[in-house]
Ligand binder design. Structure first.
Ligand code: NAD
Length: 380
C-alpha cells in the first residue's frame, strides 16, 4: 500500500477537497465550509486542532504526516514513539517542539498538554485498545486506525472509555471521504439503478512479494491475517453499498500456498454476507494475490470501482459510462472532517460505533470459517 515519492507528488497535483452531493454534483469544499463557518463569528470553535500521532510506522510516515501538512482544521502538533532515533527527524521536518514529544511510558502526561486535542492511534491492531483508552482518560478526542481492535470486547471497552470521559472516537475509515466510494454509497443506498441485487467486494495484496511487517503475521498483534487488514475494506464496501447491516455470513479459509509466511494468521479467506432481503455480497481477501474491487448489480444497471481501496488511481464505471472523479488526498479530507466534528462535539460519520459494528462482523466471519463454512447469524 506504500507509494513512491513520484506518485505522492503526482497526487498532490490532483484537486483537493472535493465533496459530493446527490448525483455526484460538487457541492462544497472543506475550505468553503470552513470559511462560511468562520464567518458565522464562532471564532472560539474555529481553532485548528492539534493532533498527536501515536506510532510512527509506515502509515503515519507516508500518509498521515504528509496529509496533516494540507489539512485546514487540524495540524500535526505532537508525536508519541518508542523509537528515540526517529525523534530528531520528525521534530525538524514538522517543527514539533520538545514538549510535544512523548514515549509510550510518559504518554499519559499528554493530559496536561493543551496543544494536543486529538490522539491518533496508528499502532499494530492489538495495541489500539490500550492507547485509545489511555488517550480517553487523558481527555483527548481519539482517531483509531482500522481495524478498531482485535476482538469485540476490546472495541466495547474503547467506546465505553471515550463515552465515560466525554471525548469523541472516530475510526480511520478514509474511503468515506473520497468521491468514488461516496458515489457507490449513493448508487446503492439511493437505488439510483433500482435495488441492489448482488455485490462483489475483493481486497487482496501480495505481501509475500514485498517485505511484510512482521506484526501483521503475528496473531497476537494483528488479531488475524488478510481479513483484519484488507478484508475489512470489502466488508465496509458491502455495508455502505447497502446502507444496512448484514444479518448473517458464511465463510471459508483459502488454501495455504505460502506456509513460510502463514502459519499463525490466515493467508486468505472468502465469505458471503447476507442482507435482510436476501441480497448477498461475495468477498475474498488474500495476502498472496492482488485484487481490488467493489462492484454491484442492481435492477436497472451496474457499477464497478477498481481499484476501489487503494490510496490513489481509483477508477470506476457504471452501466451508463465512466465514473469521472478526481483522485484526492483522502486522508486530508478524513482528518479535516473528523476534526470539524470533534470541534462541534458531534460524532464523526465514521464513529467508534461503526468500528464496533465491523468487529462483530469480522468475528462472525472467523466463527463461520472456523466452523467450516457454517452460516452464522451476526449478533449486534
Ligand atoms: P507499521 O509496522 O509500519 O508501523 C507500526 C508502528 O508501531 C511502528 O512505528 C512500530 O515501531 C510501532 N510499534 C509499537 N509497538 C510495537 C510492537 N509491539 N510491535 C510492532 N510495532 C510496534 O504499520 P502500519 O502499516 O503503519 O500500520 C499501523 C496501523 O495502521 C495498523 O492498525 C494498520 O491496520 C493501520 N493502517 C491503516 C491504513 C489505512 O489506509 N487506513 C493503512 C496502513 C495501515
Amino acid at each position: 500500500m506504500e507509494e513512491n515519492k513520484e506518485q505522492s507528488a503526482q497526487r498532490r497535483r490532483f484537486i483537493k477537497g472535493v465533496t459530493l452531493g446527490v448525483g455526484g454534483i460538487v457541492l462544497s469544499s472543506p475550505i468553503m465550509s470552513f470559511m462560511s463557518a468562520s464567518a458565522s463569528g464562532d471564532n472560539n470553535n474555529r481553532k485548528q486542532l492539534g493532533i498527536a500521532l501515536v506510532g510512527l510506522g509506515g502509515y503515519s510516515t507516508n500518509q498521515l504526516a504528509p496529509a496533516l501538512q494540507e489539512t485546514e482544521n487540524c495540524y500535526l502538533a505532537g508525536i508519541v514513539t518508542g523509537t528515540p532515533s526517529k525523534i530528531d527527524d520528525w521534530k525538524k521536518k514538522y517543527d514539533i517542539p520538545d514538549k510535544n514529544v512523548y514515549n509510550y511510558e510518559n504518554f499519559d502526561e499528554i493530559a496536561n498538554n493543551d496543544d494536543i486535542d486529538i490522539v491518533y492511534v496508528v499502532l499494530p491492531n492489538a495495541l489500539h485498545a490500550e492507547y485509545v483508552i489511555r488517550a480517553a482518560k487523558a481527555k483527548k478526542h481519539v482517531i483509531c486506525e482500522k481495524p478498531m481492535a482485535t476482538n469485540v470486547e476490546d472495541a466495547k471497552r474503547m467506546l465505553d472509555a471515550c463515552n465515560e470521559n466525554g471525548v469523541q472516537l472516530a475510526i480511520g475509515y478514509r474511503l468515506h471521504f473520497e468521491p468514488y466510494n461516496k458515489r457507490v454509497m449513493e448508487l446503492g443506498q439511493q437505488q439510483v439503478f433500482g435495488k441492489v441485487k448482488s455485490i462483489t467486494a475483493n481486497n487482496s495484496s501480495d505481501m509475500t512479494s514485498k517485505k511484510p511487517n512482521l506484526w501483521r503475521l503475528d496473531k497476537e498483534l494483528a488479531g488475524g491475517g488478510s481479513l483484519m487488514d484488507l478484508g475489512i475494506y470489502a466488508v465496509q464496501g458491502a455495508v455502505y453499498t447497502m446502507g444496512e447491516k448484514p444479518v448473517a455470513v458464511a465463510a471459508k479459509y483459502g488454501e495455504v500456498t505460502k506456509p513460510t509466511f502463514f502459519h499463525d494468521v490466515e493467508q486468505s479467506i472468502n465469505w458471503e454476507l447476507e442482507f435482510e432481503d436476501g441480497v448477498k455480497a461475495k468477498s475474498n481477501s488474500s495476502y498472496a494475490e492482488e485484487q481490488n474491487e467493489l462492484s454491484a448489480e442492481a435492477e436497472n444497471g451496474w457499477w464497478n470501482v477498481s481499484p476501489a481501496y487503494a490510496y490513489e488511481g481509483k477508477k470506476g464505471e457504471t452501466s451508463e459510462g465512466e465514473m469521472d472523479y478526481p483522485n484526492i488526498f483522502e486522508q486530508v479530507n478524513q482528518m479535516d472532517s473528523q476534526a470539524e466534528s470533534f470541534r462541534n462535539s458531534e460524532k464523526s460519520i465514521v464513529p467508534g460505533e461503526m468500528g464496533l459494528r465491523d468487529m462483530k462482523i469480522l468475528m462472525a466471519i472467523y466463527e463461520s470459517a472456523n466452523a467450516g463454512g457454517e452460516r452464522v447469524v451476526i449478533q449486534y
